[in-house]
Write a protein that binds this ligand. Structure first.
Ligand SMILES: *Cc1c(COP(=O)(O)O)cnc(C)c1O
Length: 715
């Protein structure tokens, strides 16, 4: 019997099936594997059971099936067509799970264990904050698609990340929502005797009891550690309460739990990973735990650390020095306790500091870099920045010799391409085009799709988005206690034919959302038209970042300027489900980071996969994607003076919008088609589809990072 929880998922699905009429039992199997989220027809199947309830449960199919009235189930059991759809999808899932693993291209004996503090798999599993988590989720899905042996390791946060509410003045307030893990598509991993598997992780001198949830993401299990157990004290139970919790010492406990607990949990389940992939520094204690086990078995600490390093690979995502967290050495040593003592505290302190004079303490990224056999940034430009930034760690090596490479991020195409676009390409690109997407020939066929069809799909998607914007705006207004007339007016707002510009991302200072209104007169003039333009904004500010909250409030105010109120909206509580809506129907996706602080960015790739065009500063992924036709670049003078740079970039942005974007969008031929625009859409699709997907990204990890090193480097 396997100990990795695979049977526990089967049992949970069987329990759920008990509640369903027999013909509907395939639904229970489907509900316990997130593969439905990217299988064509999966969302439609569950939504059609009870659309309102599906929405209310954040599209959680387990809760949906637990809560849906018996009469509905009885009716569906009689519906041949519905039952057949469920059976077909369940058969597809079975085939997928039974496919042999691709061992040839994998990393060796065991799976890759992918460690991350957050995973953005789906809106019903709220254990992510933003880009890092969504990337992690996308990579698990891609590993499943290519039958690569991989397991994910993370934490089950009972309250997840904060939700955002904006008051009438546009000020952000935060609140947290409890998730009942029992009602998720997840199962506690149990022992042979049926009791939950628990491990203990020593944190700050206490043995913290940990249980492990299994979530199936296609073929890939995601294991989530949880301290919410009666055997733990209230402080220990709080460790897995909130993602990126504000209190630093609790956050350090989370990192110890993820790194040390993650390694122990895998061992307890009998999983022996060939490679441990630390996706960002939060999990950097994992190689210490690997080494600690070797020392406990009688090996020399230095050799044990060297062996752990040979099994560990690291990806850094943070080009902002302040984003790379450090903790006081004393605190880290206390938190790790016996593990630190067994490996020698001085050694650990040495590994975590950039040099003997470094008084900043132990850096999580520094540890990650020192304890891994390979390291990479997440775009070409970020690779350069990371080499420059971390050069001091490598004994004064020349910048180009610093051993940090880059693998540019990508997004999971089947998860992010909306159905209308996917169906269009299905009709024109031939069977299995998704798997051939990295092949340029696929996209030559896309160039031949008649402009009329591409434009019709774009109109359909914009129209869907406008419906969503109207409903969402009305709901946000109701939540703020707006007058009924204002709410009714919200349904008149937004035009399904107007150029739709979107800007949705974390409201961090370096993302420079304020550039949109840097020259507010000019911004208003453009927004008032003609020609018609509409703008939506979304994104959360960090709860403690008052400056960012001020920026957010300013932008919110723009939407309340009477003259453009019907054309601008700030949408509350950006998340993965909202992102899917926005990137689907948006014509122009804007990104204006301060160079070079955008490591990669991925939302622009999602927009491009749906036929949206990027208008972005040449930073992160866009610096290597932009080809002069597939969108627009805010380029030009680089200044050392931030406010000078802001002025230049905002002018360049308004100029592009006014002189290039708007005229091209409204330049229609006699049949009403903007030929020039459609040409750019096709080019942008080709760029994103061929290069900026996880198919390419994971392929690079497999070839360049996960493979066992063939050359043994000199010590
Ligand atoms: C894709 C995505 C991101 C990443 O966006 P960038 O601003 O491009 O880094 C963040 N949040 C959510 C919900 C996403 O889906």
């Amino acid at each position: 019997m396997s100990r990795d929880g695979v049977d526990d998922i089967v049992r949970a699905a069987e329990d759920l099936a008990q509640r369903l009429p027999q013909p509907l039992s395939p639904l229970a199997t489907l509900a316990f594997n997130y593969a439905w989220t990217w299988s064509p027809g999966g969302s439609d199947l569950f939504r059609s059971i009870d659309p309102a309830r599906f929405g209310r449960t954040r599209q959680n199919p387990v809760r949906l099936l637990q809560e849906v009235p018996a009469a509905t189930l009885a009716r569906l059991a009689q519906d041949r067509e519905f039952v057949e759809r469920a059976e077909t999808l369940a058969a597809g899932l079975r085939t997928e799970l039974d496919r042999p693993a691709d061992l040839e291209r994998s990393s060796g004996d065991g799976p890759v264990a992918f460690f991350c503090a957050e995973f953005g798999v789906h809106s019903s599993l709220p254990i992510y904050a933003g880009g890092l988590g969504v990337l992690a989720g996308d990579l698990l899905k891609e590993a499943s698609d290519r039958a690569l042996p991989m397991v994910g390791v993370g934490l089950m946060y009972t309250q997840g990340y904060f939700h955002q509410r904006l008051d009438r003045h546009g000020w952000q307030h935060e609140y947290w929502v409890e998730t009942d893990a029992e009602r998720l598509p997840a199962a506690l991993v149990t022992r042979e005797d049926g009791t939950p598997l628990t491990i203990t992780v020593p944190i700050r001198g206490r043995d913290v009891l940990v249980q492990v949830w299994r979530v199936d993401v296609g073929r890939v299990p995601l294991f989530l550690l949880d301290t919410e157990l009666p055997g733990n004290g209230i402080i220990e139970r709080w460790i897995t309460a909130r993602l990126y919790i504000g209190d630093r010492s609790t956050r350090l406990s989370q990192y110890a739990l993820l790194g040390v607990g993650g390694v122990r949990a895998l061992r307890a389940m009998g999983i022996e990973p060939s490679v441990i992939h630390l996706n960002e520094g939060h999990a950097a204690f994992a190689p210490l735990a690997l080494a600690g086990d070797e020392v406990a078995a009688g090996h020399d600490p230095q050799e044990a650390l060297a062996a752990a390093r040979e099994r560990t690979v690291f990806t850094t995502h943070t080009p902002v020095p302040a984003g790379n967290e450090t903790f006081e050495a004393k605190e880290v040593l206390e938190t790790l306790g016996d593990l630190a003592r067994s490996l020698d505290p001085d050694t650990i302190v040495g590994l975590g500091r950039s040099g003997p004079d470094d008084l900043n303490g132990i850096g999580m990224t520094t540890l990650g870099l020192r304890l891994s056999r390979s390291a990479n940034g997440v775009s070409r430009r970020h690779g350069e920045v990371a080499r420059r930034m971390w050069r001091p760690l490598f004994g004064g090596a020349a910048e180009e010799e610093v051993p940090i490479e880059h693998i540019t991020n990508g997004v999971h195409l089947p998860s992010w391409m909306a159905p209308p676009m996917r169906e269009l390409l299905d009709r024109h690109l031939g069977n299995g085009w998704e798997r051939r997407a990295p092949d340029a020939a696929v996209w030559e066929a896309a160039e031949r799709i008649p402009d009329e069809e591409v434009w019709a799909v774009r109109n359909e998607m914009r129209s869907d988005l406008v419906d969503y914007l109207r409903r969402k705006t009305a709901l946000d207004l109701l939540g703020r206690g707006a007058a009924e007339d204002d709410v009714r007016e919200a349904f008149e707002e937004f035009d399904p034919h107007a150029l739709t510009v979107g800007f949705a991302r974390r409201v961090a200072t370096y993302k420079r959302l304020y550039l949109l209104t840097y020259d507010s007169d000019r911004a208003l003039r453009i927004l008032m038209g003609p020609p018609p333009v509409q703008l939506f904004l979304a994104g959360k500010a960090h709860p403690r970042d008052e400056e960012a909250k001020g920026v957010l409030q300013n932008l919110f105010g723009l939407g309340r300027t009477a003259r453009v109120a019907s054309r601008v909206a700030y949408l509350e509580d950006y998340d993965i489900a909202m992102a899917a809506r926005l990137v689907g129907g948006c014509d122009v996706w804007v990104n204006l980071p301060r160079r070079p602080l955008e490591a990669s960015g991925t939302s622009g790739m999602k927009a491009a996969l749906n036929g949206g065009l990027n208008l972005s500063v040449l930073d992160g992924w866009w610096a290597e994607a932009y080809d002069g036709v597939n969108g627009w670049a805010v380029d030009g003078s680089e200044s050392q003076d931030p406010s000078e740079q802001d002025g230049a970039d905002s002018t360049a942005f308004y100029d592009l919008l006014e002189r290039e974007v708007l005229p091209l969008f409204y330049d229609r031929d006699e049949t009403g088609i903007p030929r020039g625009w459609v040409r750019r859409v096709k080019t942008s699709l080709r760029t994103a589809g061929s290069t900026f997907t996880t198919a390419r990204t994971l392929g690079e990890y497999v070839e360049r990072v996960y493979r066992p090193p063939t050359v043994v480097s000199a010590p």
